[in-house]
Ligand binder design. Structure first.
Ligand SMILES: [Fe+2]
Ligand SMILES: [Fe+2]
Length: 282
């Protein structure tokens, strides 16, 4: 099958899924993806603090400079007082350094926070040691909570990508989506790896979910009420959509491959009007 044929067939699947999703929406409050009737919420969208990965300095020097920026980011978030601070994973560059500074940094944050594990936090998805360390610092490997009329699902993109390897995770996320749909709660899907990097039909890569199941996953999300995907991992700012649903990657405080300045984004979903997603420099 040629690439074009693959794209066409994938698009066909997603279109069917989208139409099924629209039909299913009849049973729940109809929220528009571009704002208007979504419950208001403000979320700081912070990507890849990745202590030790920054390009200014090497080794301990890079770690120290990334740490300084992570502390500044926390100061700004404390000033701005969003409803939630979301960290999109890769909290450190080397997983065994997770407990060096993050317990202290989390105590400095004066707003609720939620973290999606990155591939640098739990690189070997079969290692219990890595999951245990992540849990000892953040309290879970994946989680969900309801806030201000939204279901916030902090998924595990690493497990999502590893098809068949994490049946417990996949059962959990299916249950979460089913329950959100039943409750009529709009969902923000929080993840490290985005479902796709540039286009929904792109080939499999380090940056996305396997094409084999990518559209089925995305369609299921839309059918279940996902209204935003917030991600990290790519180290490039990106604002694209899947059937009008925003898939957003903010700037990082470690290294930005697109030469964007260090910082984060404030996602502001107001009671009326379109959402905003504005850059805050660090
Ligand atoms: Fe990263
Ligand atoms: Fe990553």
């Amino acid at each position: 099958m040629s690439m074009n044929e693959q794209c066409r067939s994938a698009e066909g699947i997603s279109r069917r899924g989208f139409l099924q999703g629209v039909a299913a929406l009849g049973a729940m409050p109809l929220f528009g993806a571009s704002g208007g009737r979504l419950p208001p919420i403000r979320i700081a969208h912070c990507c890849d603090p990745q202590l030790g990965f920054g390009s200014d300095g090497k080794g301990k020097e890079a770690y120290k400079n990334d740490l300084i920026r992570a502390e500044k980011e926390i100061e700004k978030i404390n000033e701005l007082q969003p409803d939630l601070c979301f960290f999109g994973g890769d909290m450190v560059n080397r997983w065994n350094e997770l407990s060096h500074d993050w317990p202290r940094l989390l105590k400095q944050l004066r707003v609720p926070w939620i973290v999606a594990a990155g591939n640098h936090d739990i690189p070997d998805d079969k290692s219990k040691t890595q999951c245990d360390l992540f849990t000892s610092v953040f309290g879970y490997v994946y989680t969900a909570q309801t806030m201000k009329g939204w279901r916030l699902i902090a998924a595990n993109g690493q497990f999502e990508r590893a098809l068949g390897s994490h049946p417990d995770y996949h059962a959990w996320r299916d249950r979460e989506l089913d329950e959100a749909k039943k409750a009529g709660l709009p969902v923000i899907w929080l993840t490290h790896q985005p479902p796709f990097d540039r286009k929904p039909d792109e080939a499999d890569s380090y940056q996305n979910y396997p094409l084999k199941t990518r559209h089925a996953f995305l369609d299921r999300c839309l059918d279940s009420g996902v209204r935003f995907f917030l991600a990290g991992h790519t180290h490039r700012m990106a604002n694209r959509t899947y059937w009008q649903t925003p898939v957003l990657n903010s700037e990082t405080t470690s290294r930005n491959f697109d030469k964007r300045p260090h910082g984060f984004r404030m996602l502001d979903i107001p009671a009326e009007g379109p959402y905003k997603w504005e850059f805050v420099s660090v």
